[in-house]
Design a protein around this ligand. Sequence first.
Ligand SMILES: [Zn+2]
Length: 254
Amino acid sequence: MNNLNNAQKTFERAFKMHTDSNNLEGLCETRMHLAAVMQRLGDHETAARLLTEMGAIAMEHGLRKQLGEALHLLGELHLRRERPDLGTHHLSEAFSCFMGFGFKPSKSELVMDKELGGSKDVIHIYESHRKQVFEEEAEQSRLMMAVSAGQELMASYFNLLREAGTCSIAKMKTIEWKLSKAGWWVQRLHHDYLPCMCPIHNRTPLDVLRIQLETKAKSELAVDYSQGGSLLQRIDTVEDITKLRSSYHTSSRM
Ligand SMILES: [Zn+2]
């Protein structure tokens, strides 16, 4: 603990020096180190604030690597605070940032080009600099993104199991996942036709019949694209295909 407090003081001193000399990369770096210390001290709020500030400085001055680092660390922080949904989002942005997807060459890079633009060598350096991909960092972000997305899914799976105690639809989704690996996170039409008395769904078998009739009235075609399997079974003869085609033409003329 004492060591951490000392580290905090040292970084705060460094922070002041970088502020005085307006050293942007140094400012980003000290914020990053300070955030790590605050995280160790259990102050996640301050850590998140410092990393957000770091990201803002980096974005404002076109420091792509530092921006990526800030996004990556924020992503890891969210993951640690059991918010994998936010984690995945930040880590995927960090990945794009390191790869340079959708990023224009930064202001500082452009200035460098203008100032030194005369010589061919410099243009060469500039060109290679502009297309720089931070591969190792990008790979790290991609890896953590996969971990985070996995955790996101696990959390929602535990929720599903909990819901399955009272909700028939959650129960059905669990069974479908166990039997045929059908993802419970995918919305499927036939779940709307299951009676369920849980507070969220609250529909009796009679309600379901009414819903089905309403849906049928709304669309004569009522082709359920989400049920690819049953669609394939239905059009396994040429006759059925022509039937489908002609009904499509009739309805599009209307
Ligand atoms: Zn339910």
